[in-house]
Design a protein around this ligand. Structure first.
Ligand code: SF4
Length: 163
């Protein structure tokens, strides 16, 4: 598994000031994808335990409210194990900070039964659809995408949107 980049202070991807990591590799090929440089599974850099340690270290800063996981596609089967490992390590170390993740997969069709969901606070799900692009959306690129409260959705066994 590989990743594209880490941002030490990100104010665009989720609430507050965050650390973000962009995983490498995506097969969805959405029209006018915002991040085409992340599609090739051979690009970027190797994702290792050192990468996880580096992210955790950056998150120790009190000004950092959480971790954002984007891509590429962090939930693609190639990347899911590493994404889960990172999310688990983060939540164990920072139970009071939150994790947001962006994925082209649907939460209720693919992700709700995956281990990674145990550790995520919010998932923005669904592929980017250029025809439904709306620049006024806060955390999404297109109107079909949903901002989901993961833990409430698991508790209630239905998709609950984040408020
Ligand atoms: S899922 Fe995300 S990274 Fe993949 S093609 Fe679509 S917009 Fe781009």
């Amino acid at each position: 598994m590989r990743y594209n980049k880490i941002r030490k202070m990100d104010i665009a991807d989720g609430p507050g000031v965050r650390v973000s990591i962009f995983m490498q590799g995506c097969t969805f090929n959405c029209k006018n994808c915002f991040n085409p440089g992340t599609h090739d599974f051979c690009g970027g850099q190797e994702f290792t335990q050192d990468t996880i340690n580096r992210v955790l270290e950056l998150c120790e800063n009190d000004n950092i409210s959480g971790l954002s996981i984007l891509g590429g596609e962090p939930m693609h089967p190639t990347n899911l194990e590493g994404t889960t490992k990172l999310a688990k390590a983060f939540k164990e170390k920072f139970p009071n900070k939150n994790i947001w993740a962006w994925t082209g997969f649907k939460f209720d069709e693919y992700l709700k039964d995956k281990d990674v969901s145990k550790y995520l606070d919010v998932i923005v799900d669904g592929q980017y659809v250029d025809e439904l692009h709306n620049p006024k959306l806060k955390w999404c690129g297109s109107e079909n995408q949903r901002v989901i409260d993961v833990q409430k959705s698991l508790e209630e066994n239905k998709v609950v949107l984040f408020k």
